[in-house]
Design a binder for this molecule. Structure first.
Ligand SMILES: O=C(O)CCC(=O)C(=O)O
Length: 321
């Protein structure tokens, strides 16, 4: 059986084209069987984007970004991580060192937030995530000129890490109802490196919408923003599937505020750091959530970039203290 047939097989295992071997997709250390996983559909970038987003709850757009520009962003980030001792030489391989001098150089929470802000606002990173290529796609999606949050959620996910199951609405719902997330891989991401997943048809699940609509994690921190139900349990209860893909440097995954998603564990065996950035776009004519706009976005809890777990040294987990 050739490799493509193997990935199509959707049996009990997933074949990873890049690594040329069977790959373990897992969530919190629990293996997800191949029968629970399907490939994300590749959207037609020249087609009716709004209709495809409405139908699928997401747009997987290939060939949006210029590969050389994304590679420049990748190297820019790795260079900054290497400055704080978190990446092994040669830096371009993107392998975590397992140690960090970030707290030594940036001792306070504010300093750590400022460091992450400076990485997130790197010239090459911004040229990709807010550049003319993605903006053109967003203008087409909305049918009016698009604008974007200035705040960006840059992530460097080391092996063992994953993002929890959630919808984005409770984190950013004070502005446009037409807000979308634009998730951009900034390193090539194989199935083993903790790719993002979407639960099939979850944008239509009324119980999830009812549970989270109107919830604002900053106004009511006593209620969690993420979904507490076990991802595998929710997938089975809804007769859904985990939709995912390998991602390459020109890709972009767009989805709405009620599409349920998370990431698989980064199971890289050699310490590969998974780089990605989530940005948010909306029609320019709509009001924007004030926490994430302007020159100095205050973000969650007024903490700026220190609110992100990515502001923690790469060898630490939890929240910033
Ligand atoms: O990159 C990840 O692991 C999570 C991204 C995410 O949750 C988002 O884009 O909303």
């Amino acid at each position: 059986m050739d490799r493509l047939s193997l990935i199509e097989k959707a049996g009990s295992e997933i074949f990873d084209l890049k690594l040329n071997r069977v790959s373990d997709l897992a969530i919190n250390g629990v293996i997800v069987s191949g029968t629970s996983v399907e490939k994300l559909n590749v959207s037609n970038v020249d087609g009716d984007l709004a209709a495809q987003l409405d139908r699928d709850g997401y747009l997987l757009l290939r060939g949006v970004h210029d590969i050389a520009e994304v590679e420049a962003a990748r190297l820019e980030i790795l260079q900054r991580l290497a400055e704080v001792g978190e990446v092994n030489e040669p830096i371009e391989n993107g392998l975590a060192s397992g140690t960090s001098r970030r707290r030594e150089y940036y001792p306070t929470i504010e300093d750590l937030g400022d460091f992450w802000r400076s990485v997130s606002e790197g010239e090459a990173v911004r040229a990709v995530i807010h550049g003319p290529r993605i903006t053109k796609v967003m203008n087409r999606l909305f049918g009016v000129p698009a604008s974007h949050f200035t705040f960006a959620w840059l992530r460097a996910m080391t092996p063992g890490r994953a993002s929890p199951l959630h919808v984005d609405h409770p984190y950013m719902n004070r502005g446009s109802k037409r807000l979308v997330t634009c998730w951009t891989p900034l390193s090539p991401i194989s199935l083993n490196d903790g790719p993002l997943y979407i639960l099939r048809d979850s944008h239509r699940w009324s119980d999830i919408r009812q549970q989270f609509e109107g919830h604002d994690v900053d106004r009511d921190p006593s209620r969690p923003g993420h979904i507490e139900e076990n991802p595998l349990g929710l997938m089975e209860r809804k007769n859904s599937k985990f939709l995912t893909s390998e991602f390459s440097l020109s890709d972009c995954l767009v989805f709405g505020m009620f599409t349920v998603h998370g990431s698989f564990d980064n199971n890289s065996e050699n310490g590969l750091i998974r780089l990605s950035c989530d940005t948010r776009f909306q029609p320019g004519e709509d009001i924007m959530d004030e926490r994430f706009s302007g020159r100095d976005p205050r973000a969650h809890g007024g903490l700026g970039y220190a609110c992100l777990s990515a502001a923690l040294p790469l060898n630490e987990t939890g929240t910033l203290r």
